[in-house]
Design a binder for this molecule. Structure first.
Ligand code: 5RP
Length: 218
């Protein structure tokens, strides 16, 4: 099985968590794109979606799935999204697709976070994947200096502007042994919009695409 086939297996298995007649939270990325394809097959059975990025919104709308403004939805039953890394405590690194802030917002109004990954994403210690941090553009260098004090090596993701008009710093070289504490510390740096650590609000369900098919952990 290729990595993309494993992503597809995870994405389609997440359909079981979508409530009929409800609005579903939709993340961003290549694994989520498979989930959106799956969602298209039941589009007449759901009210619509709240999306975490312009890219996902465009794909949802192309399939005829109504997309609601997050401000018009108080609560979602379920949010389905991928991850760049996930540990045994279900803390995640996200933001490889630069959608981390909107992803965190949609996750925050959701009762259940269903994380869909292929089996290359599971790690013992988070941090081998460079940790994305979304920053206000004028604060980029000041935030980079603060991140260096934490032991990281921040690299400006050149040519990328987030859906919120901000920049991304990818922090290399961190072994993240206390994800909850680091999430709080980095979010407190002036100029940071969001860090791509999802530990305060981690995943509730993990669906892993493996060569044997989708493995579900509740
Ligand atoms: C986007 C994300 C994605 O969920 C993460 O990058 C995983 O992407 P993919 O499913 O393409 O491997 O956080 O900001």
């Amino acid at each position: 099985m290729t990595q993309d086939e494993m992503k597809k297996a995870a994405g389609w298995a997440a359909l079981n968590y979508v409530e009929k007649g409800g609005i579903v939270g939709v993340g961003t990325g290549s694994t989520v794109n498979h989930f959106i394809d799956a969602l298209g097959t039941i589009k007449d059975e759901i009210k619509g979606a709240v999306s975490s990025s312009v890219a996902s919104t465009e794909k949802l709308e192309a399939l005829g799935i109504p997309v609601f403004d997050c401000n018009d939805v108080e609560k979602l039953n379920v949010y389905v999204d991928g991850a760049d890394e996930i540990n045994a405590s279900r803390d995640m690194i996200k933001g490889g697709g630069a959608a981390l802030t909107r992803e965190k917002i949609v996750a925050a109004i959701s009762d259940k976070f269903v994380c869909i990954v292929d089996d290359t994403k599971a790690v013992d210690v988070l941090g081998q994947f460079p940790l994305p941090v979304e920053v206000i553009p004028m604060a980029r260098e000041q935030v980079a200096r603060e991140l260096k004090k934490l032991g990281g090596n921040p690299v400006y993701r050149e040519g990328v502007v987030t859906d919120n008009g901000c920049d991304i710093l990818d922090v290399h070289g961190l072994a993240i042994t206390d994800p909850k504490a680091l999430e709080i510390t980095i979010n407190a740096i002036v100029g940071v919009v969001t860090v791509g650590l999802f530990a305060a609000r981690g995943a509730d369900v993990v669906i892993t695409g493996t060569p044997e098919g989708a493995k579900i952990e509740e």
